[in-house]
Design a protein around this ligand. Structure first.
Ligand code: C2O
Length: 556
């Protein structure tokens, strides 16, 4: 008798108290498999998730608990990183191999488990070991909590555009050969737009089409999952209004060109014309304002209005010059945090740790390499050596001898970082971390150097968002440059371009205990050692402490 009331009670609980069911658990299965993809017009097999390229999109809502079981069915060790996810106290699920976990070995699996606290927007996931992210990547879409609107007009529809980079050769062979010879890796054969390359000589790819209706506003969620290149995107005859980057809302600004580095994401509103039909070119081209070789082919797709004739002549557009530095700085200068009442920019106003980190690529002599030397990447002249067991475990279990806490926060001997180098700067190797107390505030001036050639570096920090408070050309001036720091509404993100021959200053609060990787998101530079990590201690209370490791955490 009493039990017959049960359905009514459940009904009342669910519909009258929606808060009880608002945050859901979302389950995903990611199986790592080999796949031939005709999109890439070659018979070579690539490593994918669930046979898809790009991989499946992970859809969730702010505050959801996400569970992803990753089952490794290929011959490579694999890990997956949820790029830009804060991973509050769940560093075990962050994913960079040998930093937070040992890799998932062939035949093994691991359950990534984390909560999307206080985040909404577009991010990406990707493999985080060697160069497997070339083909193992996909988008993460986090909608606002139920009933919470976007802080911009509601779009009619949402569209994802994922940019990538494709080699005809096996990318693991490309990077292994480079590491053995000490020479730069071969450049890619094409950029991809939602998995379609093009145009590539000898390859007829049908390409991607963005289908739209007239007189509507679309939310474009753009992801740069390329391996080594910063990119421009333009759509002929249409402007884009930027409303969010790296899952943080921005003040809206309108542009005809998007600049996006690998690991970055951008949400933009696209309003279609009222009475138009036709086909418009979407062009994706690289940015490189120095002497480094990059794949200089423009990838194309089309925006197509419905009711368009079968074969209309497309409306074309020009791409920015490959070295269009002014275009990139204009774009970055326009990015500001929304900084509204609801979404305030919580910029740290005081600084406990002030770091000055030089980032660059140099040459070390290395007798076994082709020219007797090899390229090295470094931060403050330390080229990071990957350990053979995961740093987070070493930290949690207090295993000594895996890393040291003495990463230099400043260079002992300053030099003219962006000047012309004659002699060499010698680099040391080490697994050195910078230690931070829980909740301390950190300012990092990232100073590009010009040891071989100055280059723009998209620097990514795991575990935190930071505020990009200023940037400039040449060497950072500690006397005068702080006067131009924006502590009011600087853009909040997880990956930032440090300009060629210049610097960028960022601030963050170390409110997430664990071991957090900082590296250049040009994968070739990470391979060469342009990386380091922070270790953030637990706070006083249990809810300020790293959770215990999951029982299925892979072993090295
Ligand atoms: Cu998207 Cu450590 O990387």
């Amino acid at each position: 008798m009493a039990l017959s009331w049960l359905p009514t009670i459940i009904f009342l609980l669910i519909f009258l108290f929606p808060a009880l069911v608002e945050s859901a658990i979302r389950h995903y299965n990611f199986t790592v498999v080999l796949k031939n993809t005709t999109k890439l017009c070659s018979s070579k097999s690539i490593v994918t998730i669930n046979g898809k390229f790009p991989g499946p999109t992970l859809y969730a809502r702010e505050d959801d608990n996400v569970n992803v079981r990753v089952i490794n069915k290929v011959q490579y060790n694999v890990t997956i990183h949820w790029h830009g996810m804060r991973q509050m106290r769940t560093g075990w699920s962050d994913g960079p191999a040998y930093i937070t976990q040992c890799p998932i070995q062939p035949g093994q699996s691991f359950l990534y488990n984390f909560i999307l606290t206080g985040q909404r927007g577009t991010l990406l996931w990707h493999a985080h070991i060697s160069w497997l992210r070339a083909t193992i990547h996909g988008a993460i879409v986090i909608w606002p909590k139920k009933g919470v609107p976007y802080p911009f007009p509601k779009p009619y529809k949402e569209k994802l555009i994922i940019l990538g980079e494709w080699w005809k050769a096996d990318t693991e062979a490309v990077i292994n050969q480079s590491m053995q010879t000490g020479l730069p890796p071969n450049i890619s054969d094409s950029y991809t737009i939602n998995g379609y390359p093009g145009p590539v000589p000898g390859c007829t790819s049908q390409g991607y089409t963005l289908h739209v209706e007239a007189g509507k506003t679309y939310l474009i969620r753009l992801v740069n999952a390329a391996v080594n290149d910063e990119l421009f995107l333009k759509i002929a005859g249409h402007n884009l209004t930027i409303v969010e980057v790296d899952a943080s809302y921005t003040k809206p600004f309108t542009t005809d060109t998007i600049f996006i580095g690998p690991g970055q994401t951008t949400n933009a509103l696209l309003t279609t014309d009222l009475q138009t039909t036709g086909k418009y070119l979407i062009a994706v081209s690289p940015f490189m304002d120095t002497i480094v070789a990059v794949d200089n082919l423009t990838a194309i797709a089309f925006l197509r209005y419905e009711d368009t004739l079968a074969f209309p002549p497309p409306v074309l557009t020009t791409t920015p010059a490959i070295n269009a530095t002014s275009e990139t700085s204009k774009f970055m200068d326009n990015l500001r945090s929304l900084n509204s009442k609801k979404y305030p920019a919580k910029v740290p106003l005081t600084v406990d740790h002030s770091l000055y980190l030089t980032i660059g690529v140099g040459i070390n002599s290395w007798p076994t390499c082709v020219n007797g030397s090899k390229a090295v990447g470094d931060i403050n002249n330390v080229s990071f050596v990957m350990p053979s067991t995961a740093l987070l475990q070493a930290h949690y279990y207090n295993i000594s001898g895996i890393f040291t806490n003495d990463f230099p926060g400043n260079l002992p001997v300053p030099f003219n970082y962006t000047g012309n180098f004659t002699g060499g700067i010698s680099t040391s190797n080490g697994t050195r971390l910078y230690r931070l107390a829980f909740n301390s505030t950190v300012q990092v001036v990232l100073q590009g150097t010009g040891i071989i050639a100055p280059e723009s570096h998209p620097i990514h920090l795991h575990g935190f968002n930071f505020f990009a408070i200023a940037k400039g050309l040449g060497n950072f001036d500690p006397k005068n440059d702080p006067k131009k720091f924006n502590l009011v509404d600087p853009v909040e993100r997880n990956t930032i371009s440090v300009p060629t021959g210049g610097w960028t200053a960022i601030r963050f609060r170390a409110d997430n205990p664990g071991v957090w990787f900082l590296h250049c998101h040009l994968e070739v530079h990470t391979s060469w050692g342009l990386k380091m990590a922070f270790v953030v201690d637990n706070g006083k209370s249990p809810d300020e402490s790293l959770l215990p490791p999951p029982s299925d955490l892979p072993k090295c």
